[in-house]
Design a protein around this ligand. Sequence first.
Ligand code: ADP
Length: 437
Amino acid sequence: MFYLSVGLVAVMLVAAVAVARSLLGADVAFGVAILGLGAWLIYQLWHIRALAQWVKDFRGSPVPRGSGNWQVLFGDIARLVRAYERQREQLSSAIDNFRKATEAMPDGVVALDDHQQISYANARAQLHLGLQMPQDAGLSIRHLLRDPRFLDYLNLPAAIANQRSIALTDTPIAGRTLQIQRVPYGQAEELLITRDISPMVRLETTRRDFVANVSHELKTPLTVIGGFIETLLDHDFAPEQQRQVLQTMGQQAARMQALVEDLLVLSRLETEDKPLDEAPLEIGSLLERLLAEARLLSRERHTIGLANEAQPEGEILADFQEIASALGNLVSNAVRYTPEGGRIELGWSWREGSEGRQGVFWVRDTGPGIEPQHIDRITERFYRVDKGRSRDSGGTGLGLAIVKHIVERHSARLEVSSAVGRGSTFSVVFPAQRTVV
Ligand code: ADP
């Protein structure tokens, strides 16, 4: 097509020159040739200029229109441009989707080029590693994260690093543990996956502490019993002495039994998803029962009674067994920690909350009180303010942990207020939806 049209123009020009020469002479023919070539040149230059101008700003303006060969050429270019734009749109929507997908991921993702320079980091990775995009794009990850363990990990060959991960505790978010893994892709590019594993680490530490605590709690009475058995085997004791030794062994066995029982209760509460056996529970008789328990435990060493301001009428919806055991635990603590001659008061009141009438049970004692720094921790398993006093009074260190579980199962909350040397008040606040109207 191209050669055909160029040939056609040349033939037409030669024919015009030949005709001019035969009709008008050589000079005119020469003039015609010059004019023809000039016009042809101007035609070409005009199109070249249009092309050059379009190339300069080929995204902003449409492909120029032309005639003849140029029309064909511009048509081809326009088609190429359309195909290119389509591909560009597809590519940018693919990149957009990739970004959206990585942003939605619960893990941090950093894309590194073949020089371990950052090409992309999702929001979570920026948070985990303290990166700032787009400012940090193109920077080496080594210059931004200088933990020696991380640098050693970066130095590993990609194939080995992919099989491993490292846990970093010295991270931009204080108190958090990050797991980092390199995943190679493409030619020599890599993804750096970051994951916040702090909850798992905390759980593992709690589990380890718990096992260590249980072992320790069981070891002491077992050692005592073992020691006494040896002594009994090796020596002859008078019946009275023997009775005393057996009594101490019995106390230690009871301590172990109490511990195992509390552990079973706690494990049932933590593992079983047993629904509450709810029924209306009459406050008056609940308080009577708790007062009777307190008096039995106290053996007349304390003054025990209902608080003057108590409003022991009404009902709440609760699991009787669980609530009686939780509130009984609070009452038993008050008796156990209050020295002889002290006063213990039980009470119930109704408060107007934002969502209706809340019921509040409380037990107030004149015991040693609890220093503020311990209050938030006393519901932790095996946390004791005074270890000796707890053990001497038969405590397992699990009572309040059990209370907290039961209280939370009832959507209620435990409140503790205390003044050292003056006493403590433990309250359980039941939400309005537990009030029977
Ligand atoms: P324990 O079996 O040791 O009593 P708890 O979980 O019931 O375990 O209580 C945890 C700790 O809270 C106790 O060791 C004790 O130091 C403190 N505590 C609980 N109740 C009282 C109270 N009424 N007065 C003072 N301290 C208390």
